[in-house]
Design a protein around this ligand. Structure first.
Ligand SMILES: Cc1cc2nc3c(=O)[nH]c(=O)nc-3n(C[C@H](O)[C@H](O)[C@H](O)COP(=O)(O)O)c2cc1C
Ligand SMILES: [Fe+2]
Ligand SMILES: [Fe+2]
Length: 417
């Protein structure tokens, strides 16, 4: 655990986590980082906790002692978000400190009881417009930001320093080695966190893009230029340019409905290599048309990587054979997941090999209807067995059609902006 000063009166405790699947599903190739914050007035508040906080009591006690703070000085524990990555440390903290007041939203109260049996714990319920005066000018103000990412989520704002604690919002994946603040990082390091922010957003927050967009609007309206620092629950802290992560997050949220970037993600699966034979034609044609291409194979490549690429792509190509009268199963699972994440309005081309009946399209249509994806398809190309030269020509032509649609969608959106 690392303790750093965010600004006078506020300390960040941060912990890196790795070699685990986030939410039990999502690989984190570059790890992740968890932040907890201490705000010190006459009273002391600890805002959110961290998972992977091995040996919480010893670690926390050690850090507090170094800061000249006793655990008994902690009066309030603010829970912005009940997901156990931030609240799971409560069990350990309870053993350290018998009397403290939890400050949280009304919707979090039954969850506190259900997850941590915190029945007799003093709880101060706060909502929009409520404040908590810690003394020495640190007045915490609260705003409900439901469904970023659970229904009970709120954000906390320290009015003295202009620091916003939005928990999951504005977070990114990636271990934080060394400097944890945007003003201490090189442009290259900021760029690599940007990639990790897209991974975090697309894997964890994506399905809640509309509530996230609303929350950003609400926070901007409430705080205006009072907002100086963004101190999220995951990733780096934005002190020099909080506007950057705000505009990045707005853009990520807007990608849900498309168009996104001038990119096409090509995902293919193949049992015996027949569908695979058509993939190079697709990729070459897309590249020739000036689009960035992300290529993945199912089931070999990770769902997290594929989702990250799809989120920033305006176009998709799905290449898969028919399997037992349906889509190749790992492709069906992937497309279903993209639908659940509400990846909407993409321009899509489907192709693939079949033996005697086909059937992949029926299942794809069913998934599209179920998730109301609004995906717009160019006419699919199915071929029997290996693709013939004529099949490949047609695939090239349809891929060009897809590329044109992608370029046009982006041009149209740029024109509107
Ligand atoms: C387990 C299995 C199930 C299949 N089910 C169907 C089917 O229901 N309908 C069909 O037209 N072809 C079916 N096929 C044939 C494949 O779609 C065909 O062999 C195709 O060329 C495979 O493409 P690939 O080499 O890209 O995997 C099946 C093949 C296998 C191995
Ligand atoms: Fe969360
Ligand atoms: Fe989180």
């Amino acid at each position: 655990m690392n303790a750093t000063e965010v600004t006078p009166g506020i300390v960040c405790f941060s912990v890196n986590i790795q070699d685990m699947l986030f939410e039990g599903i999502w690989p984190m190739p570059h790890g992740a980082n968890m932040n907890s914050y201490l705000v010190k007035g006459d009273k002391v508040a600890l805002i959110d906790g961290v998972c992977g906080w091995d040996g919480v009591p010893e670690n926390l006690l050690g850090q507090l002692t170094e800061l000249g703070v006793s655990v008994d000085d902690i009066d309030y524990v603010v829970i912005n978000h009940m997901e156990p990555d931030h609240s799971g440390w409560l069990d350990a903290f309870k053993k350290l400190r018998k009397t403290f007041t939890i400050v949280t939203s009304a919707k979090a109260v039954p969850l506190l009881e259900a997850f941590y049996s915190l029945k007799d714990q003093p709880v101060k319920v706060v909502g929009d417009g409520d404040t908590l005066d810690l003394g020495q000018g640190h007045v915490l103000a609260f705003a409900e930001i439901p469904n970023v990412h659970w229904p009970e989520t709120m954000a906390t704002f320290d009015t003295k320093t202009g620091t916003l604690f939005p928990c999951d919002a504005f977070g990114s994946f990636g271990n934080v080695e060394g400097p944890a603040y945007d003003d201490q990082l090189s442009p290259e390091q900021i760029k690599s966190f940007e990639k990790e922010a897209v991974r975090y957003y697309s894997n964890i927050v994506a399905a809640f893009s509309q509530p996230t967009a609303k929350a950003i609007e609400k926070v901007e309206k409430l705080l205006g230029d009072q907002l100086k620092i963004i101190a999220p629950g995951h990733g780096i802290i934005w002190r020099r340019n909080p506007g950057k992560i705000i505009s990045d997050y707005k853009r990520y949220a807007s990608y849900q409905k498309g168009p996104a970037k001038a990119e096409v993600t090509v995902i293919w699966g193949s049992m015996y290599g027949n569908t695979a034979m058509a993939v190079p034609t697709v990729i070459r044609t897309l590249k020739e048309s000036g689009l960035k291409v992300n290529e993945f194979r199912v089931p070999e490549d990770s769902l997290g990587d594929i989702l990250t690429a799809c989120w920033t792509s305006t176009g998709l190509v799905l290449a898969m054979p028919t399997y037992e009268y349906k889509m190749f199963p790992p492709m069906a699972a992937l497309v279903d997941e993209l639908g659940k994440k509400k990846l909407l309005n993409r321009h899509v081309f489907r192709l693939g090999s079949y033996g005697w009946s086909g059937g992949a399209q029926t299942e794809l249509d069913e998934i599209m209807r179920r998730h109301k994806t609004g995906w717009r398809f160019v006419t699919p190309v199915e071929f029997k067995g290996r693709p013939t030269d004529a099949d490949l020509e047609l695939i090239e032509k349809r891929t060009r059609g897809l590329a044109a649609r992608v370029h046009y969608a982006i041009l149209k959106a740029d024109h509107r902006r």
